[in-house]
Write a protein that binds this ligand. Structure first.
Ligand SMILES: NC(=O)c1ccc[n+]([C@@H]2O[C@H](COP(=O)([O-])OP(=O)(O)OC[C@H]3O[C@@H](n4cnc5c(N)ncnc54)[C@H](OP(=O)(O)O)[C@@H]3O)[C@@H](O)[C@H]2O)c1
Length: 294
């Protein structure tokens, strides 16, 4: 197979930045942000894409804040469902492959051990409903497309839960985090490696695929793990203990959050033929790179 030309959308976001940095050194890679292609101007998408050569489109763009989506559902639908459908139609027409990033929030979050790709979806907020509409529209418009569901991202390109809790623990020992919300924290850098393999070694894999690290965490255990690693690395955190609280006690959210959205990565493991590392190992790797770079 000739070396694929890759177009990344969402280049100013956490995952988009990581993908660009990883892929640009090895492949002909272009990265676009909102200024290059605005999903809220759907009439412009087809012409802009037509002018750009590419074989693989990675769509990491979208409206990703559940609370913003909840209060702006029309904009969320444009960004998360209408635009991805138009992109998929363009990809299908030119024979390009589309990889659309989606979310564990397509699941209800009701008591469940591990969610598989074939399990029933039942999102409980606007973000999840618009992302699910996007998944379905992409797969309908382009049967060769891959929908890559990810969960609880962390990495060097955008502060997330572990970064925020460490910053807070440098100031105070009065910390709390939700213990009854469960999923799998996932390294953006690991996703970059998996995506490269999916592009190069699995060019015909399509449908829905869960891309997440192994293991299970709550916002609470994820927070304590980050603090324990930070303390071991010598950061002057004031505590490694976090008070566990219930999601229902947080009243500031506009959107309801699903409780149990831990996804199975069995399909990914069997495709890649190796073990997917635990989120804790990936978190430790990330924090060592951040606080003790060689
Ligand atoms: N972060 C997570 O924990 C998480 C969990 C599950 C699933 N996901 C999924 O993973 C993917 C990447 O997430 P992320 O955390 O990297 O997202 P992010 O950091 O919020 O980045 C989103 C990107 O989309 C762009 N964007 C937003 N609205 C747009 C519009 N109307 N037109 C064009 N571009 C627009 C943003 O541009 P601006 O910078 O201009 O706003 C940014 O480049 C998304 O599909 C998300 O749903 C993320």
């Amino acid at each position: 197979m000739p070396v694929p030309r890759i177009l990344i959308l969402g280049a100013t976001g956490g995952l988009g930045r990581a993908l660009h940095r990883h892929l640009v050194t090895r492949y002909e890679t272009t990265a676009w942000g909102r200024a290059d292609l605005d999903f809220e101007q759907p009439d412009t998408l087809a012409a802009k894409l037509a002018a750009q050569p590419f074989d693989v489109l990675l769509n990491a763009a979208g409206m990703t804040s559940p609370d913003v989506c909840e209060v702006q559902p029309e904009r969320a639908f444009l960004a998360n469902a209408v635009a991805p459908q138009l992109l998929a139609e363009c990809c299908h027409a030119r024979g390009a492959r589309m990889i659309q990033f989606s979310t564990d929030y397509v699941f209800s979050g009701e008591s469940h051990d591990l969610w598989n790709e074939t399990d029933e979806t039942a999102p409980i907020n606007v973000y999840g409903r618009t992302k699910l509409a996007g998944e379905r529209a992409v797969l309908r418009a382009s049967p060769s497309a891959l929908v890559a569901r990810v969960s609880w991202l962390f990495g060097p390109d955008k502060p997330s839960h572990p970064d925020n809790i460490i910053q807070r623990a440098l100031q105070t020992d009065d910390l709390s985090a939700v213990e009854d919300k469960v999923s799998v924290p996932t390294s953006n850098l690991d996703i970059c490696g998996w995506i490269e393999q999916l592009i190069i070694r699995h060019p015909t894999t399509s449908g829905v695929l869960h891309l997440c690290n192994s293991g299970i965490a709550s916002w609470h255990s994820w927070a304590e793990a980050a603090l324990e690693i930070a303390a071991r690395l010598g950061l002057p955190v004031k505590t490694t203990r976090v008070q566990p609280i219930k999601l229902a006690s947080l009243t500031q959210f506009k959107a309801q959050r699903p409780l149990m959205t831990r996804m199975s990565n069995a399909r990914l493991q069997s495709l890649l033929g190796g073990e997917i590392r635990n989120w804790h190992d990936a978190l430790e790797h990330y924090l060592v790179q951040k606080y003790q770079p060689k």
